[in-house]
Design a protein around this ligand. Structure first.
Ligand SMILES: Cc1cc2nc3c(=O)[nH]c(=O)nc-3n(C[C@H](O)[C@H](O)[C@H](O)COP(=O)(O)OP(=O)(O)OC[C@H]3O[C@@H](n4cnc5c(N)ncnc54)[C@H](O)[C@@H]3O)c2cc1C
Length: 393
């Protein structure tokens, strides 16, 4: 239930961060019968800095968990083809109907995250917004035994919990509080600028590339299309200069002239900019704590795979917490790393912008193979405890 105040502890699990990673984890744990508290410093049903193309793995997860019908009912445009433009040359890939799905979707984050929070809440999780983590409680042996939270009015509450999960994003406070070490970093980072437009003639995922520049068009909710431009992070200053709209359109015209022309006619949109951040893996478990989503593992957005990772790893973590041992949490990290390594490496190579167009095609083929293996694993996995009664297979 979404509450205005923190209910009395103890909880089995406290989750900090109520977006795709945290809300999916909360939903799965609550369905398995755990007492879950999820807090977020933000507000219910809001957007966040992210485009939102879901890859097949994410849509498969939403289907397995029976959340996909709500995503479709929210008016999210079905996407039945992805077209890659290597310079002028288009390569189209149909979305094959299998694994229980016949389309991909790119719900806005204020839609997807809200639906996952609603599903967590319906399964019995307590959700409190306007609340941030201030500290951790520990046993004498150093085990994390709860959190110190500050609510919107500034009141501080100590909450006991068997496990604390940091699902609080790239700059995770939980990771900082537990001293989670980063053990692998990417070499490259891209900057992104994006907006949303009405009335564009885009019915597929469209990904555009010329040397040194990328762009994409992603159909989403309410008939809108998200359009982004990506450049090496070192060029972000040019993109976000005093005339960002002009810089955005000029770059878009170089890589995706047809989309740029339509945007020129469609009018203005609010533009959002991300300056870039190299990917990383953080140590993501310890006695009484774990990290999930961007808090524990981040990769450049250019391959649009972060939400898919978050939904895959939410299930791995929920299963581990359900098993209940520290070894299971260690196994969660090992499984996450094995499942994500190829996508991480290929994404880093794509984010280098060090390719020519034929080299980029080879990288995209490698990415497609890695994503197929990922989907196979997801489809082959047993449903988490308690999900069977909610899932349509
Ligand atoms: C520009 C850009 C474009 C992207 N495009 C795509 C895409 O097309 N497809 C895709 O799959 N992925 C994309 N990604 C990646 C995707 O956005 C992330 O992987 C995803 O948001 C991770 O979700 P999360 O739940 O782990 O964290 P987040 O979405 O970052 O959520 C973290 C939550 O934690 C809360 N929080 C933070 N600190 C605290 C605190 N101290 N106390 C309480 N709450 C706290 C925040 O309020 C927030 O709600 C993109 C990313 C960027 C930056």
């Amino acid at each position: 239930m979404i509450r205005s105040a923190i209910p009395p502890s103890p909880f089995d699990v406290v989750i900090v961060g109520a977006r795709c990673a945290g809300a999916a984890t909360a939903m799965l744990l609550a369905r398995a019968g755990h007492r879950v508290l999820m807090v977020d410093r933000g507000r219910y049903g809001t957007d966040t800095l992210s485009t939102h193309a879901l890859m097949r793995g994410a849509v498969v997860q939403l289907h397995r968990w029976n959340v996909l019908p709500a995503v479709i009912a929210a008016g999210t445009t079905p996407v039945r083809q992805a077209t890659f433009f290597y310079g002028d040359e288009p390569v189209s890939v149909p979305v094959a109907p299998r694994d229980g799905i016949d389309a991909l979707y790119a719900p806005r984050r204020h839609v997807l995250d809200r639906l996952l929070v609603d599903a967590a809440s319906a399964a019995g999780a307590d959700v409190v917004y306007g609340t941030r983590i201030r500290g951790l409680q520990r046993s004498e042996a150093g085990r994390v035994t709860g959190v110190v939270l500050e609510d919107a009015s500034g009141q501080v509450r100590r909450v006991s919990s068997r496990v604390v999960v940091g699902a609080d994003g790239l700059r995770s406070a939980v990771a900082r509080l537990v001293g989670a070490r980063t053990y692998r970093v990417g070499q490259h980072a891209t900057a992104t600028m994006y907006g949303h437009w009405d009335r564009l003639e885009v019915g597929a995922y469209e990904w555009y590339f010329v040397p040194g520049l990328g762009a994409g068009a992603i159909p989403t909710n309410a008939g809108q299309v998200c359009v982004f431009v990506s450049v090496p992070a070192s060029a972000f200053a040019d993109l976000s200069s005093h005339q960002p709209e002009r810089a955005f359109l000029e770059l878009l015209a170089q890589v995706a002239p047809r989309v740029a022309e339509q945007i020129g006619r469609a009018g203005r949109s609010v533009l959002h900019g991300f300056p870039g951040e190299p990917g990383f893996y953080r140590h993501s478990h310890g006695p009484g704590w774990a990290l999930v989503g961007d808090a524990g593992y981040f990769k450049d957005p250019l391959t649009a795979h972060g939400i898919t990772d978050a939904l895959r790893d939410a299930e791995l973590l929920a299963n581990a917490i359900d098993l209940g041992s520290d070894d299971a949490l260690a196994d969660y990290q090992a499984r996450r790393d094995a499942a994500s390594e190829e996508v991480f490496e290929t994404t880093d190579a794509i984010a280098s912008f060090g390719w020519d167009l034929s080299g980029l095609r080879v990288l995209h083929e490698a990415l497609a193979r890695a994503m197929s293996r990922e989907v196979k694993q997801l489809v082959g996995a047993s449903l988490p405890r308690g999900v069977g009664t909610h899932a349509v297979r």
